[in-house]
Write a protein that binds this ligand. Structure first.
Ligand code: ADP
Length: 246
C-alpha cells in the first residue's frame, strides 16, 4: 500500500513541555487507523500538527505522491490538499436542511453562502443524493438539520467532509453519545470510507475500535508506545501498565 502521510521525528513543545516527543507515524492511501491513548497522551496535538493548527519544533511531515512538505503549508492549504477533520461535536448549520448543508460543503467555485441563492444544477443534485445515500440520510434530505438526531448530525458532518473529497479524514471520537444502532451505522460508514481514503479515528471506546477491525496506534507521553492489531497492543505489558496508571 503506498504511503499517503509520513510523520517522522516530530516534537511539539509547550512552554518546555513535550506534548509530542519524537513521534513517527505513517498511513497508507486507503487505510483505517485507530489512535488510542490515555488523557494527555497527545492525541489532539497529533491531529493539530497534521492539520497545520500547531507547527512542530522539530521533525518532518510528508504528504501525497509528490512527498510535499506539509510543514510549509498553511491550515487552509492543507485542507485544500485533502485533509479533512471532524471534531467531536457536530457542527452542522442547524437552520438549514440536509440538502443545503451538503450543498454548501460541495467543492464549488462559489462561496458556501452564495450557493444557496442559486438553484442546484443536475450535477449538484446527483452529488447531494449520492452523499445522502452514503451517509444514510436519503430520506431526510429536506429536513432541517437541527431536528436530526445526534447520530444523524454526526453523519451529516461526515457527509459534508466527504463532499470536499478528502484523501485523509481525521475523526475524533465519532461514536460518543450514540445509541447502539447509530454506532453500528457509524462503523459501517467509516469502514466504507476507508476503502478509498485514509481514515484516522481517535477513540476511547475499545469496543468501537474492535469493530473498526484495523491497525491501532497507542500514544503515550507524545510518542508511539505500541502499534499493531487491537489484540496485539492490548496484550502489550507497557500498554496495560499505562492504562492501569502504573
Ligand atoms: P490528548 O488529546 O491525548 O488528551 P493533548 O494532545 O490534548 O492530549 O495534550 C497532550 C499534552 O500536552 C497534555 O499534557 C496537555 O496538557 C498538553 N497541552 C496540550 N495543548 C497545550 C497548550 N496549548 N499549552 C500547554 N500544554 C498543552
Amino acid at each position: 500500500m503506498s504511503t499517503l502521510l509520513e510523520v517522522s521525528g516530530v516534537t511539539v513543545t509547550f512552554d518546555g513541555f513535550r506534548a509530542i516527543n519524537n513521534l513517527s507515524f505513517q498511513i497508507g492511501k486507503a487505510e483505517m487507523r485507530a489512535v488510542i491513548g490515555p488523557n494527555g497522551a497527545g492525541k489532539t496535538t497529533f491531529m493539530d500538527i497534521i492539520t497545520g493548527k500547531t507547527k512542530p519544533d522539530e521533525g518532518r511531515i510528508l504528504w501525497g505522491d509528490r512527498s510535499e512538505n506539509l510543514l510549509k503549508m498553511t491550515e487552509a492549504q492543507i485542507a485544500n490538499a485533502g485533509v479533512g477533520r471532524k471534531f467531536q461535536r457536530p457542527t452542522v448549520f442547524e437552520a438549514q436542511t440536509v440538502t443545503e448543508n451538503l450543498r454548501m460543503a460541495l467543492k464549488r467555485p462559489r462561496s458556501p453562502f452564495s450557493v444557496l441563492r442559486h438553484r442546484p444544477d443536475a450535477q449538484e443534485k446527483a452529488d447531494i443524493e449520492a452523499l445522502a445515500e452514503e451517509i444514510g440520510l436519503k430520506d431526510h434530505l429536506e429536513k432541517q438539520s437541527g431536528y436530526l438526531s445526534h447520530g444523524q448530525k454526526q453523519w451529516l458532518e461526515i457527509g459534508m467532509l466527504l463532499a470536499q473529497d478528502p484523501q485523509l479524514l481525521l475523526v475524533d471520537e465519532p461514536a460518543a453519545g450514540m445509541t447502539a444502532p447509530e454506532r453500528e451505522h457509524t462503523t459501517d460508514l467509516l469502514v466504507r470510507t476507508a476503502k478509498t481514503r485514509a481514515v484516522v479515528v481517535v477513540e476511547h471506546d475499545m469496543e468501537f475500535v474492535r469493530r473498526l477491525n484495523c491497525k491501532v496506534t497507542v500514544l503515550h507521553e507524545g510518542s508511539v508506545l505500541a502499534e499493531g492489531s487491537l489484540d496485539h497492543v492490548t496484550s502489550n505489558q507497557d500498554v496495560i501498565d499505562v492504562y492501569l496508571g502504573r
